[in-house]
Design a binder for this molecule. Structure first.
Ligand SMILES: [Zn+2]
Length: 303
């Protein structure tokens, strides 16, 4: 197995044709490792900007890339053709730190080449995901590349961070420290249709109470004192992308304000709920504000 660690820099640019912003890739850097993890080659190119001719000051500061660099670069399609040649080979897996680079790459291929896949991507590993598992870091605390490298005792001062080639060299250094062939194989994804559906899926909150994706059985509120099932005494309302209603525990005579949110991911629905005591007096004014919010929402929906 050969490994290619890829890193991209991009500039958020306005696209008239799309009437929206696109993360235009401006630099590609990559490191090729053989099966013994020796660096055998590197790749580094500027991409000639076609949408955002001027870099955002934040990008300039972060990367030290200049407007001259991107105006003298090679267009996206040509750069990618060269990268495809450079990365070709059987048994090659491409790794990136986090999957954002892959999503941006798909976006750029879609815009500049009119295709929704990455021609050179056959096998892929999200190294950040693998590293977090390897280092026992909870999925909830996403760790950045330099923080992870520091944790592993790598001197990040030796690298010019936020430049494509240096970031991939640093990632390669990190990769060597956490390499475990067996464990890595379980993080390797074959880049088929399902891979693209999953990686391009945009999570969304469900605000239609009649959506079949909503598990109505989860919209029950249990009394936090006696554990009894409470009875709903108000209509469900959509507030801050959540459903909210007032419940009552007949046994304790307690009123509870129950809030639940359903968020759709590619392969699951995330449910978050909370309940707080419903305070009548205070709630009256709150309800008034909320119902006007709700009316606004309803108007928007019917537009
Ligand atoms: Zn109760």
């Amino acid at each position: 197995m050969n490994y290619i660690i890829l890193d991209l820099e991009w500039n958020n640019a306005y696209c008239k044709k799309k009437k929206g912003f696109i993360n235009e890739i401006i630099e590609v850097g990559a490191v090729k490792l053989d099966e013994n993890l020796n660096i055998v080659d590197t790749f580094s190119m500027f991409i000639k900007a076609q949408l955002g001719k001027k870099l955002h000051s934040r990008v300039k500061e972060l990367t030290n890339i200049t407007n001259d660099d991107i105006s003298s670069g090679t267009p996206f399609s040509q750069t990618m053709a060269l990268f495809r040649k450079w990365s070709a080979g059987n048994d090659t897996v491409i790794l990136t730190w986090g999957d954002t680079d892959i999503r941006v790459l798909i976006e750029n291929f879609r815009y500049f080449n009119g295709i929704s896949f990455i021609p050179f991507l056959k096998n892929y590993v999200n190294l950040q995901k693998y590293a977090q598992a390897f280092m026992n870091i909870s999925k909830a605390d996403q760790i950045g590349l330099s923080a992870a490298a520091e944790k592993l005792g790598i001197d990040v001062e030796n690298y010019s961070l936020h430049r494509a080639l240096d970031d991939s060299l640093l990632t390669a250094d990190l990769f060597k420290k956490i390499y475990n062939e067996h464990m890595l194989s379980s993080y390797m994804l074959v880049c088929d249709t399902a891979f693209y559906s999953k990686i391009t899926f945009k999570p969304k909150v469900i605000t239609d109470i009649n959506s079949p994706l909503i598990d109505k059985s989860k919209m029950r509120c249990l009394c936090d004192v006696c554990g009894n099932q409470c009875e709903r005494i108000s209509e469900w309302r959509v507030i801050n992308q959540s459903f909210r209603a007032v419940f009552i525990c007949r046994k304790c005579k307690r009123k509870i304000r129950f809030t639940i949110r359903f968020k759709e991911y590619y392969d699951r629905i995330d449910i978050k709920s909370s309940s707080v005591p419903f305070i009548e007096k205070k709630e009256i004014s709150v309800v008034a504000v909320e119902s006007s919010t709700e009316r606004t929402n309803t108007t928007e929906e019917t537009k």
